[in-house]
Design a protein around this ligand. Structure first.
Ligand SMILES: NC(=O)c1ccc[n+]([C@@H]2O[C@H](COP(=O)([O-])OP(=O)(O)OC[C@H]3O[C@@H](n4cnc5c(N)ncnc54)[C@H](OP(=O)(O)O)[C@@H]3O)[C@@H](O)[C@H]2O)c1
Length: 314
């Protein structure tokens, strides 16, 4: 599909993923991009979703809004994570169908996968078990959108696609120790320890789990490629192909920040899913996507961005 001269609606367009996605989409010379805030249209509310679609009549919808957080957020807010994500997904797909959207791109998450999966994980494993408990309600809510997209394609010939993205990182991520994902939380902790001359940083779990991280610019490239080239509603994995343990991650980030104190692992806190690494060969075959940013380069850029932002705020 040629997206030049199309009217594109991006939900979540002011979030961590949404911001660079808007930038990349403008390069494709669309007719217009609409990116409303949640204060204008609350996508968990049917009337708001209906109004948004009715008023703007977009050709393309990229649904990148979500109620998102790390382990701690999902553990404390499982009901919110379930309800808001399932409502947004359900309403956005349904009203995109009603208002005859030509292409719908749904953004799913690695958290939809069962806790224990073969590594590297292929899309066929998606239904082999319940997700890791702390992320379960969030992961299942995001998985429902994939089911709905497939059903609407079968019954209504709705052209929807569904991407499962691994953990993202990069500039504009959330950096704190309350609702950040692991990279944002670690950068925040090591940066502050360095600044305050603390001799000890405490991290969750035992450091053994592995994760796959995708630089946000690779994620936005994948979304644009899927919008243009993907013609199936089958779930498609979007990963970087690099598996890194949390312990290695802590070493890389602390070194990059220049923190030289002790790293203490709090084993009373959950580890989360034991291993994560996608088989992303389908994405390469069906939509021409392969990640380009090596982790060591992406993390360097992210920390440089964070240092600069902190300097500016001081
Ligand atoms: N970050 C990751 O590692 C990761 C990994 C895999 C998949 N994903 C998926 O990628 C998408 C974007 O995540 P992100 O990390 O960019 O999250 P984010 O920074 O928290 O941004 C989420 C966006 O969703 C919007 N939103 C939340 N609730 C809304 C509501 N009720 N109505 C309308 N808009 C609402 C927010 O809009 P306002 O700013 O206007 O409030 C915000 O712009 C999500 O679907 C997430 O599941 C993220």
């Amino acid at each position: 599909m040629d997206i030049k001269d199309k009217k594109i609606l991006v939900t979540g367009g002011h979030g961590f993923l949404g911001k660079p996605l808007l930038k990349r989409l403008w390069l494709e010379e669309p007719l217009d991009i609409i990116a409303p805030r949640s204060s204008e249209y609350d996508l968990t509310k049917e009337n708001d979703v209906k109004k948004l679609l009715e008023k703007n009549k977009p050709d393309i919808v990229i649904h990148a809004a979500g109620r998102v957080g790390g382990i701690e957020y999902n553990r404390k807010n499982p009901a919110t994570a379930y309800y808001e994500n399932v409502m947004m997904g359900t309403l956005m797909v349904h009203y995109s169908h009603i208002y005859k959207v030509e292409k719908f791109v749904g953004i799913g998450s690695v958290c939809a996968y069962p806790k224990i999966v073969p590594i590297p994980t292929k899309e066929e494993c998606l239904w082999d078990g319940y997700p890791e408990e702390t992320n379960g309600p969030y992961g299942v809510a995001k998985k429902m959108m994939g089911v709905q997209i497939e059903a609407y394609r079968k019954q209504y010939k709705f052209d929807g696609v569904y991407l499962l993205q691994v953990n993202l990182y990069g500039p504009n991520d959330h950096f704190n120790d309350k609702d950040s994902h692991v990279i944002g939380a670690m950068i925040y902790k090591f940066y502050n320890a360095n600044k305050n001359n603390d001799k000890k940083v405490v991290l969750w779990g035992d450091g053994s789990p592995t994760r796959e991280f995708l630089y946000v610019d690779d994620a936005t490239r994948a979304i644009v490629l899927a919008t243009k080239n993907l013609e199936t509603s089958e779930p498609i994995n979007i990963g970087s192909g690099e598996e890194i343990s949390i312990k290695q991650l802590a070493e890389i980030i602390s070194k990059e920040i220049g923190y030289e104190g002790e790293i203490v692992w709090d084993r009373t806190k959950p580890n989360g899913q034991p291993r994560r690494l996608f088989d992303s060969t389908k994405a390469e075959k069906l939509m021409g996507f392969k990640a380009q940013t090596k982790f060591k380069d992406g993390i360097k850029k992210t920390i440089e961005w964070y240092n600069k932002k902190c300097d500016e705020n001081e």
